[in-house]
Design a protein around this ligand. Sequence first.
Ligand SMILES: *Cc1c(COP(=O)(O)O)cnc(C)c1O
Length: 408
Amino acid sequence: MFDYKSAFERSIEQVRVEGRYRVFADLKRVRGRFPRAVRRREDGTEQDVVVWCSNDYLGMGQHPVVTEAMQAEIEAAGAGAGGTRNISGTTRSAVDLEAELADWHQKEAALLFTSGYVANEATLATLQKILPGLIIFSDALNHASMIAGIRHGGCERHVFRHNDLEHLEGLLAAAPAGAPKLIAFESVYSMDGDIADLKGTIALAHKYGAMTYLDEVHAVGLYGPRGAGVAERDGVLDQIDIIECTLGKAIGVMGGYIAADAVIVDAIRSWASGFIFTTSLPPALTAGALASVRHLKAHPELRDRHQERARTLKARFAAAGIPVMPSESHIVPVFVGDPVHAKMISDMLLDEHGIYVQPINYPTVPKGTERLRFTPSPDHDDGMMDELVRAMDKLWTHCNVARRPAAA
Ligand SMILES: *Cc1c(COP(=O)(O)O)cnc(C)c1O
């Protein structure tokens, strides 16, 4: 008979051999102390750590405005939503949140999903049902959830080289003029920290009659005067057809959504299996996200401080000869180049210095470009940066990893 157990064991062994077996850090977040947390080691003992790789970019996951709104909503409405959107699960705070999100992105409507992953997967697959013959043009570095949605629908698809508008134009020009087309891309690419050329992409979309689908997961809350993302910063909110985001990163809670014209949202709402056949988000969660979005809209100084922290960390790494990769955004990636050293440095930072940064390995990034990815928040103070730079400097020497001459 088939030996199931050894098949599972072999699959894990393969991951181990490639040096990318994942070990999760067990963290107790402590409200009011972000970015500090308490790690539980494998032997059960505890260690205070500073988290340097959280996607809670602004610490909103612990902001009193958010936690108080969630507590109040639990008191008022209880735990769960009690059903799918269609069958009793359309709660008041979900409806209010969708209106708030639509306003944020200056769109007619918004639609919630249980996560950003589901929003991408469900929307991109469903667009192919609504638009038979759709051809999707997808940036080579798009997130796994976008790729999953694009593949799921089975339509014709073309992958263009990352942020390469000449390549994209060549592919668009080669497609039949009258066919429905969609360009799927992200604004901030979170592993390299670069930002797409929104205006250039929109110009191509207009020229070739394509729709645009923009993932602003790593930009929402962080860019633009009201924090609606790079499309707001660049003044092109009205020219992106569908904007997709998460409630789980800068907004600090959980969930995902799209914002678009009412007719698009109505069609996705009516056809997307991943929206229809699942229990809606708990009311406390949507109430927390609502409070967070309202706060983010009104507090640009959080974004200024966030950008300043990222600039400062990049400059300090560069001055110490640490190979910080070029990044136009709040992401601070440091090049290591192999999974063994990336893991070794990350383990030593954690065990010896109480600094937690997860190594980023294949398949999240290409092999040979393994890195550490730092995400300083407004709450990472100068003292924490001093400790981080000192520890990195020491480990870079200790592990004999390539340095880069100090930048001017
Ligand atoms: C994290 C992420 C998502 C998924 O969002 P979740 O809400 O975490 O499921 C989608 N797109 C990109 C680019 C992401 O980094």
